[in-house]
Write a protein that binds this ligand. Structure first.
Ligand SMILES: Cc1cc2nc3c(=O)[nH]c(=O)nc-3n(C[C@H](O)[C@H](O)[C@H](O)COP(=O)(O)OP(=O)(O)OC[C@H]3O[C@@H](n4cnc5c(N)ncnc54)[C@H](O)[C@@H]3O)c2cc1C
Length: 499
């Protein structure tokens, strides 16, 4: 089948999307004249095919019945890496047995609501732990910097198969939304169970059988499990990561800056936002040899509390599918190069999260409430106290704090210069209508579980297959899912070779 590229205005593109079979869509909003690039399937005469043309979108997966399978494989963790590993085993007739410390999505949702309401943190069921892993209640951005598009496309197809919208098949910056993700995760669970796989919730794994191939998909927040692995002699090393804060602006301001609305005719401004959705941004600069960049930007989203242990403050971001809140938030993080041992790298991260908690709980009371320390953005850059704070999407509440004074030297000054640089490119970004909230400390893992490049087995525990973000070889939903799938494929070929 042939494809053809078209460049349209946002409004025209929206019309064509309703009619044609799109295979790729990207938006170029760098100039005032915003353009949408559509790649479409065409017939033999170069004519775009109808959206409903009777051509399959992709080859559907073939899951096998594994109730009585000859082989089974334990999987520790039911995040994207663990779930996609389980689905891959199912495709190859191997029974997945998944162990997840947290609860199923519905019970987990209730624990998250309790945390947001100030009724305390459940250390096993929160934004990081539970069915679907860290990405379940997120913006659900499904893209990755990985170049392995072929394999990545299969991950998108599987998400679509389990209920994600058509856009995940062709949108360069596809997203699902925190309101749709739980149903997709539930559909994956039902598929695994109905074909004979097992999933055990509320099951914390602290030992495993060294003689059986085991997939270790624990994510990067399970510090306790990292420590157990370290004690058991599983080789780990510190790795580069990034830490900082979340910044939140009014979404209207971000739309104005990044869609150049001041230079668009007044009557067309709202139509443009309607056609494109609320604006996202991606910012990057270098400050004294360190990268400072935006991370996991959530247009029309919310800042959320994402700690997994007591007396610790961690923030992250999410949006629903419509991305329709009045706020735009993003992590702004600074490259870090932890030195020393892997455990020291974890401790460094924990110290930052504890400091943020102490700043937000100065009297040590109200430990149930997940308040977070915050400062107006311009005050942060100018080194001033924020006597009050602007409205913010963070439900547990923010309290004024001098982040400019207590953020470590490896973070604070770099962020400050980073914000100045961003404002030079996008005048108005640096404003006291924006607020920074601390701390964004879990954008990626500070440690790596060392594994063989080809077989993907731990170098010191050959039957252990560390995969996903916690292993230190992936970052984000799609690349973690792909890494879990690839590790499972390694086990499948080993099993097939031996039988
Ligand atoms: C609020 C939020 C928003 C995010 N938004 C996005 C986004 O929009 N796009 C994106 O690409 N990424 C996003 N991320 C990051 C993304 O969720 C992670 O990169 C991804 O989930 C990593 O997948 P994983 O399977 O490797 O690990 P995880 O998703 O962390 O899953 C690991 C699982 O293992 C379980 N586990 C850990 N230890 C044990 C044990 N000892 N025994 C049993 N179970 C255990 C945990 O409970 C967890 O469920 C977001 C993260 C958060 C917290």
């Amino acid at each position: 089948m042939e494809t053809k590229q078209f460049i349209f205005s946002p409004l025209e593109a929206r019309e064509r999307e309703r009619e044609w079979r799109i295979v790729r869509r990207s938006v170029d909003a760098r100039q005032r004249d915003i353009r949408v690039l559509l790649t479409v399937l065409t017939d033999d005469h170069g004519q775009p095919l109808d959206k409903d043309a009777p051509i399959p979108l992709y080859e559907p997966p073939m899951f096998q019945e594994v109730h009585n399978a000859a082989h089974s494989v334990p999987i520790i963790g039911a995040g994207p890496a663990g779930l996609f590993a389980a689905l891959t085993l199912l495709e190859h007739g191997i029974k997945p047995i998944v162990y997840e410390r947290g609860k199923d999505v519905s019970a987990r949702k209730r624990d998250i609501t309790r945390l947001q309401r100030g009724e305390g943190l459940n250390q096993e069921s929160n934004y990081c732990f539970g069915e679907g892993g860290a990405g379940t209640f997120s913006d659900g951005k499904l893209f990755s910097r990985s170049k392995k598009r072929g394999d990545m496309q299969r991950i998108m197809e599987l998400f679509h198969y389990f209920g994600a919208p058509d856009t995940v098949l062709y949108e360069t910056h596809a997203h699902i939304g925190s309101d749709s993700l739980p149903a997709i995760v539930k559909a994956m669970r039902e598929c695994i169970l109905s074909h004979g796989g097992e999933i055990h919730f509320d099951t914390y794994i602290d030992r495993w059988d060294n003689t059986t191939p085991t997939l270790l998909c624990i994510g990067h927040s399970a510090h306790d499990t990292y420590r157990i692995l370290h004690k058991a002699g599983v080789a780990m090393e510190p790795k580069g990561c990034a830490m900082g804060v979340r910044v939140e602006h009014p979404q209207a301001l971000i739309n104005r800056l990044f869609y150049h609305l001041d230079r668009q005719p007044l009557k067309e401004q709202q139509a443009l936002v309607n056609a494109l959705g609320n604006a996202a941004y991606s910012l990057v600069t270098q400050v004294d040899g360190r990268g400072v960049y935006s991370f996991c930007m959530c247009p029309g989203g919310h800042i959320v509390p994402a700690p997994s242990s007591e007396r610790s403050t961690v923030v992250n971001g999410m949006s629903t599918h419509s991305r329709s809140s009045a706020y735009a938030n993003s992590g702004i993080v600074v490259e870090q190069h932890p030195t020393g041992s892997a455990l020291q790298a974890l401790e460094w991260q924990e110290q930052l999260e504890t400091e943020a908690w102490l700043q937000a709980h100065p009297d040590g009371h109200n430990t149930l409430i997940a308040t977070a320390p915050a400062q107006r953005l311009k005050d942060f850059v100018e080194g001033k106290t924020s006597t009050d704070l602007p409205p913010c999407s963070y439900l547990p509440g923010i309290i004024p704090s001098r982040l400019d004074q207590w953020l470590p030297q490896e973070i604070g000054p770099y962020l400050r210069q980073g914000f100045i640089d961003f404002d030079k490119k996008h005048r108005g970004f640096l404003t006291n209508d924006a607020v920074i909230v601390g701390v964004e400390s879990r954008s990626s893992s500070p440690v790596r579980i060392v594994r063989d490049r080809v077989t993907m087995q731990s170098l010191t525990r050959p039957n252990l297959y560390p995969a996903g973000e916690g292993a230190g070889y992936a970052g984000g939903i799609t690349s973690s899912a792909l890494d879990g799938r690839n590790a499972a494929l390694q086990i499948c070929s080993r099993v097939q070779h031996n039988s």
